[in-house]
Design a protein around this ligand. Structure first.
Ligand code: GLC
Ligand code: GLC
Length: 883
């Protein structure tokens, strides 16, 4: 079952019916101001921090789902003597997707976005593009379109509305807008009603509604909701607008056709405009709505007593006072994305397998562009990178599964997110690295999370996740490989945000490295602490109190529980640390690090191998986890994927054995589950992992984040067919036809898909904010297609299905644009025979970075990349012959 299609030329996903199996959302905004935007205009927006500075209210886990957004109601008042042609009663028929009308059977009133009235529409379409969305619908001979986005450089959402009369008679349209304001702190907003119901304040001035709750005291910001046309009425009090016992699907004001000009005093402030539009036959009218965040300096807060200083709002509204201005801002946003995605694009992929079965085969063609690979191209070239930007911006804070009030920026999550983002805007990656590193603690361990506004470590969650520090090495290495900017290592960065403890970023890496070295257990493997990458493997917690958080409850350090995964992560990142030491003249440190790497490898060899796969851990009693000896949880994905990624067992067959075991035990049609057999009972000594019902989340769900670890591991074995198989399974576009079961957006990865032990095996949850985005992009771009940034240049090392006969990638790297064409007419899975660069043969398979590349460093260190500067440059032509 499909609910839309990819418009690849426009880089849009087009949703063709509103009743998607779950709200399918998009993100507006790429810098400071963000909106979550569903296919029926549901969602909310916030400035920088989804918890502290939320502009509009959204009720999570609501029934019906996804009510609350930027809504518009239309009312078509027939001329006297006209009679409505149809009656939309509560059980009336289906227009597009809807089977329930609403609103007292009055077909002349409808929601052009389908929600909240679930109106029967004559047509409906929602296009989610890169940073913008467009909803179009028609009813009663009136076309509606809404284009929504956050303009670059401004802190607002723009909603451009077009109404067009497609009939031959004049129309009198009433349009009502509706947003519900959040009283800024989203957590308080949903809990502290004894206070909140008395503090709401607004002002209305011309066509602008100002939400100024708490501005009279400590806030210096307010929200504005305005339209660039005169209004005939407004409402700002929810109860007046809706009626106390009505929902947004039947507002009093809309039903009666007249605003009440209500001013909110406490209770629930909203913003609603009433616009009258007379439309001649064929006439279209455009309206620009702006929903913005404005700040004033402390001394300039007031115009007069109780009257806020509106000048920043006025400037903003002035800027977007015309449709042309809105269109221009959208065009700039689109150009920005075109430029970003020109850094890595998959131009074409050809396959011989496809040609064999296609009609063109008989005409002598050996290969044809394959639809199967085209799907990969659209994900790798567009949607996967788009999701990487979103995860970089949001970390795990705000989605339809993350409420925006919970988690801050994760230390490990944000470092991993860099992998998929650093090539897009390196200077933002650089700034992020410095922020993250500043929350590291002096002993090398790290706050697990920090708050985005204050950038301070989050005391509530604390530290003790012993894998955390190592991800900093991974993130910094990725940054340096992309940019060549070693100067980042010399930046002075505080520990625990304490400037007096500042030291170089390199010193932070050393403490990360040493933290593992200094915290080992009885087998010489790293101690796990509160948990490792798997937040739910809580081996030192022993929680028996219902409701207690496994992440924050007492964590006694047994000094015994060890993690093979941390050992593998160490083995994977240590070579980068060693390389960084060597290249910065720290020769002794490099030698020390090499010997520590050797010790860890030895510990994995002697105590981390179970015979057919890598063990997962030792618990606080010294018992094995992830061993054939265990009743449940015999084999885990993480330690196997990561050990092979780190090259362990490549030379003696263990790597291959491990991956074959993963395939045989853990693989399903929808991806690779986290472990098997699922834990059937709660285990005090294992913690949260065994708290989940079998098949969900860390208890044998398909935890997509670590599937690409197996993909990358497969490329280390040179198994291109297997690598691609594992890539495809969790890749959303391949399951577009299966959307009824998968339920999540076909253009984004989800964190988890229900495993084989679950009732709805294959059902996705928690889309958007997941490390899966960065790791799948890494697996496809760097390891399958094999275009991999290294310190000295771009390594070209594809590992592909043998039937992929050729492909072409555009890659901008340190200021140079390469057009890389890989010729695999030999039909191999791995191996580069030779490479030519602009016609000249080069040695080996490394495209050397241009030596004096000041542009790259300036890009990285704060310069351009934003720029539209070099989109027309001529690429260097690279031809790669596999065989
Ligand atoms: C979530 C967390 C991440 C963790 C993973 C596995 O995705 O954000 O930090 O590694 O779960 O537990
Ligand atoms: C991570 C895990 C999740 C766990 C949570 C606790 O997100 O994925 O399963 O419940 O951490 O904070």
């Amino acid at each position: 079952m499909k609910y839309g299609f990819f418009d690849d030329a426009a880089r849009e996903y087009v949703i063709t019916r509103p009743d998607t199996p779950y709200p399918w959302i998009n993100y507006l905004g790429c810098d400071d101001f963000f909106g979550l935007f569903s296919n029926t205009s549901g969602g909310y927006c916030f400035y920088r921090d989804a918890k502290m500075l939320r502009l509009t209210r959204y009720r999570y886990n609501n029934a019906p789902a996804d009510i609350g957004g930027r809504y518009f109601y239309l009312k078509d008042t027939p001329a006297v003597g006209d009679t409505p042609t149809a009656d939309l009663s509560l059980d009336s028929g289906v227009g597009v997707g809807s089977d329930i009308g609403a609103c007292g059977g009055n077909m002349n009133i409808w929601s052009p976005q389908w929600q909240p009235m679930k109106s029967q529409l004559d047509s409906y379409e929602c296009r989610h593009g890169l940073g913008y969305s467009k909803i179009s619908s028609a009813k009663n001979g009136l076309e509606f379109s809404q284009t929504s986005f956050v303009p670059r450089g401004d802190t607002c959402e723009i909603h451009k509305i077009v109404l067009k009369n497609t009939t031959s008679a004049a129309k009198n349209i009433d349009m009502f807008s509706y947003v519900e304001f959040c009283l800024w702190n989203a957590q308080d907003d949903m809990t502290n009603f004894q206070r909140n119901f008395s503090i709401g304040e607004v002002e209305v001035h011309d066509s602008a509604i100002y939400h100024k709750t708490e501005y009279r005291e400590r806030r210096n910001h307010y929200a504005v909701w305005a339209v660039n046309t005169p209004i005939v009425g407004f409402d700002t009090d929810r109860e007046s607008f809706l009626g106390l016992y009505n929902g947004t699907n039947a507002p009093d004001v809309v039903l009666s056709g007249a605003s009440k000009n209500s001013i909110a005093h406490g209770w629930s402030p909203i913003g609603s405009h009433h616009i009258k539009a007379e439309l001649a036959p064929g006439e279209a009218r455009e309206f620009v709505f702006v929903l913005g965040y404005c700040e004033n300096p402390e001394a300039e807060k007031w115009e007069s007593l109780h009257v806020i200083n509106k000048s920043p709002a006025k400037a903003l509204l002035e800027k977007y006072a015309t449709s042309e201005a809105a269109d221009r801002a959208l065009a700039e946003l689109q150009a920005y994305w075109r430029e970003l995605l020109s850094i890595f694009t998959v131009e074409s992929v050809f396959s011989s397998a496809f040609a064999k079965t296609s009609s063109r085969a008989s005409s002598g063609d050996t290969a044809e562009e394959s639809t199967d690979y085209k799907k990969m191209a659209r994900m790798a070239g567009v949607w996967n990178q788009y999701q990487c930007m979103v995860t970089f911006n949001m970390s795990r804070s705000a989605s339809y599964f993350e409420s925006g009030i919970g988690r801050g920026m994760g230390f490990r999550d944000s470092n991993q997110d860099l992998l998929g983002f650093v090539h897009l805007v390196p200077q933002r990656a650089r700034a992020r690295i410095l922020d993250i590193a500043a929350t590291q603690l002096p002993d090398g361990s790290a706050y697990h999370q920090y708050q985005p506004l204050t950038k301070r470590g989050n005391n509530e969650i604390g530290s003790g996740f012993n894998d955390d520090p190592l991800w900093l090495i991974l993130g910094v290495a990725a940054y340096i490989k992309e940019t060549g900017d070693f100067s980042i290592l010399d930046e002075q960065v505080p520990f625990d945000n304490d400037e007096t403890l500042a030291d170089s970023l390199f010193a932070h890496l050393k403490r990360s490295f040493d933290f593992t070295v200094n915290n080992k257990g009885p087998h010489g493997l790293p101690l796990i602490g509160r948990a490792d990458w798997n937040d739910c493997l809580n081996l030192n917690c022993f929680s028996s109190t219902p409701g207690e958080s496994f992440q924050t409850t007492a964590n006694f350090e047994s000094g015994i529980a060890e993690s093979v995964l941390i050992a593998a992560i160490f083995a994977f990142v240590a070579p980068d640390y060693i390389e960084i030491c060597r290249r910065t003249g720290r020769i002794e440190e490099a030698a020390y690090a090499l010997s520590e790497l050797g010790k860890i490898q030895k510990a994995i060899d002697s105590h981390g191998w179970d015979g057919n796969w890598f063990l997962r851990a030792y618990d606080a009693h010294g018992k094995k986890i992830g061993s054939h000896e265990c009743e449940d949880g015999k084999i885990f994905i993480e330690s196997n994927g990561f050990s092979v990624m780190a090259g362990i067992g490549l030379d003696d067959g263990r790597a291959e054995k491990a991956l074959n075991s993963v395939r045989d035990w853990l693989e399903t049609p929808y991806g690779i589950v986290l472990q098997q057999p699922a834990y059937q009972k709660y285990h005090l000594e294992l913690g949260e992992i065994s708290s989940y019902p079998p098949g969900y989340k860390e208890n044998a769900g398909i935890f997509c984040h670590n599937n690409p670890w197996v993909t990358i591991a497969e490329t280390r074995l040179g198994r291109g067919i297997r690598a691609f198989e594992t890539y495809k399974k969790i890749c959303p576009t391949y399951r577009e036809d299966d959307s009824a079961l998968r339920r999540m957006e076909p253009y984004v990865y989800c964190q988890m898909i229900a495993g084989k032990d679950a009732a709805r095996h294959g059902e996705g949850k928690n889309s958007w904010l997941t490390g899966t985005a960065a790791w799948t992009f890494t697996s496809i771009s760097q390891y399958i297609l094999g275009i991999r940034p290294e310190y000295d240049g771009l390594r070209i090392d594809p590992c592909i299905p043998a039937d992929m006969t050729s492909f072409t990638i555009m890659r901008k790297f340190r200021g140079t644009l390469y057009e890389i064409t890989v010729d695999n007419s030999a039909g191999v899975e791995k191996g580069v025979r030779h490479i030519t660069l602009d016609g000249e043969k080069i040695n080996g398979n490394l495209l050397p970075a241009k030596a004096t590349d000041s542009e790259a460093t300036s890009n990285a260190a704060g310069g351009d990349i934003d720029g539209m500067n070099n989109s027309n440059e001529k690429p260097c032509k690279v031809t790669v012959v596999m065989g």
